[in-house]
Write a protein that binds this ligand. Structure first.
Ligand SMILES: NC(=O)c1ccc[n+]([C@@H]2O[C@H](COP(=O)([O-])OP(=O)(O)OC[C@H]3O[C@@H](n4cnc5c(N)ncnc54)[C@H](OP(=O)(O)O)[C@@H]3O)[C@@H](O)[C@H]2O)c1
Ligand SMILES: [Zn+2]
Length: 396
């Protein structure tokens, strides 16, 4: 999920300035790209529509192309609903015969809630399958490609692999590590303050940055904050003004049960991460899911068990510092606002490095302008991949 503004997997890198951000400039690079790349971009854009809705399944998009024309397309919209390939085949009907299928993830080969997509592609007479990346799910892990090749289809799996892996960060994290992919988002002033000494933080960043955060929330499974942020700001953590948007599940880290029952995040479906000694009856009565965890690792594994694959951590400094110290933040997205406070809270209150040698370097760093703010994003961890020496990316 690292490296994107929206949709995840969009062409990068990009330096977008306030003046170039609106109206959006046309990207003429794409007209120079090979057809396989163009069609896969379309499949990735379709898959992005499922972000925040498919967990514990991955977001997947599929486009069927025949004679240079798309004859069918689909994306996985929700766990339990048809896979992208099935929807694309349904749309294409007989036109699928002899077509090429572009799929953002290796087609499944096992009977889950739906029959194997690899079999459906074979039965429909697809001749060639272009896959962005192999599936790390041990139930698939290359067997989808093997099955397609055994049936005589030409298969390759390395088109826009990096973009696909980023888009599937949450799914990959859940399958391989059992916990969600955690992205720490914070807004700070040019002198590194996230709130005034009084605790006031409305608003550090500008309206365009805040609107972008709402669009991110729409693509995440969960949005997390500590009790300190709730007591200071009583955030709603919703996705206002996002067309077709839905709220991510609020997750409240609160070991002492300080969150008032009247807080805006206390609503059905919210998750409270607390300690075993805290009284939780009143929260449960409000249909809040309660997790009792001894430490941060246990807490994140429990969120994984709930099927949450991506968490947008929205603060504040105490919780973010604790999660970073525990090695549980995978990606950061920092808005830097062109204003100075002089005094205030800093983004991470737990000191974890005593010298510059111990600093945590970010990888895949991207810098862009959002309104008057600068957005710096990068990853602390690698997105889990499947090591597949045994599989050639292209059919012999
Ligand atoms: N500019 C921004 O982007 C931004 C974003 C968010 C917040 N803020 C500002 O940050 C300030 C609040 O800071 P804060 O540090 O008090 O907020 P916080 O990190 O959201 O909440 C801190 C509380 O989280 C609880 N917590 C639960 N589990 C924890 C764990 N495993 N490790 C650490 N803490 C855990 C702790 O209470 P227990 O010990 O009782 O569990 C702790 O007191 C406010 O002024 C807010 O406006 C700014
Ligand atoms: Zn499938």
């Amino acid at each position: 999920m690292c490296e994107h503004l929206e949709p995840p997997g969009a062409p990068l890198p990009c330096i977008q300035t306030a003046s170039s951000a609106s109206p959006r400039k046309r990207d003429y690079r794409s007209s120079l790209e090979p057809p396989d790349v163009l069609w896969m971009r379309l499949a990735l854009a379709l898959a992005a529509r499922g972000l925040g809705r498919t967990a514990p399944n991955p977001p997947v998009g599929c486009v069927l192309v025949k004679g240079g024309v798309a004859v069918g397309s689909g994306f996985h919209a929700k766990a339990g609903e048809p896979h992208a390939e099935v929807l694309a085949l349904r749309e294409a009907r007989a036109r699928a015969e002899g077509a090429t299928a572009y799929v953002t993830l290796e087609p499944c080969s096992h009977h889950g809630r739906t029959p194997p997509c690899a079999d459906a592609l074979v039965a429909a007479g697809i001749e060639r399958v272009v896959v962005a990346v192999l599936d790390p799910n041990p139930l698939v892990a290359g067997s989808g490609v093997t099955r397609l090749r055994a049936a005589g289809l030409e298969v390759s799996w390395d088109v826009l692999e990096g973009e696909a892996v980023r888009q599937q960060a949450g799914f990959r994290s859940l399958i391989v590590r059992g916990r969600p992919w955690v992205v720490y988002k914070v807004a700070m002033t040019l002198d590194g303050k996230v709130a005034a000494l009084s605790g006031a933080s409305r608003w550090v960043s500008g309206a365009p940055a805040r609107a972008l955060v709402h669009r991110w929330r729409n693509q995440f499974d969960a949005v997390a904050v500590g009790s300190g942020t709730i007591l200071a700001d009583d955030p709603q953590l919703g996705t206002r003004d996002v067309p077709g948007g839905r709220d991510a599940r609020p997750v409240i880290f609160d070991r002492r049960g300080l969150t008032p029952l009247a807080a805006r995040v206390i609503r059905p479906g919210s998750v409270l991460v607390t300690s075993s000694t805290t009284s939780t009856t009143a929260y449960k009565r409000k249909q809040v899911t309660v997790i009792e965890a001894e430490n941060e690792v246990e807490a994140l594994m429990a969120l994984g068990e709930l099927g949450l694959s991506t968490v947008l951590l929205e603060g504040g400094p105490t919780l973010a510092g604790a999660l970073l110290s525990a090695g549980l933040i995978d990606e950061v997205r920092v808005f830097v606002a062109p204003k100075l406070l002089g005094a205030g809270l800093t983004p991470l209150s737990a000191p974890f490095a005593t010298s510059l040698d111990e600093a945590h370097p970010l990888r895949d760093v991207r810098v862009s302008g959002v309104g008057q703010d600068v957005l710096i994003q990068g990853c602390l961890h690698k997105i889990p991949r499947l090591e597949v020496d045994a599989f050639e990316p292209h059919s012999a």
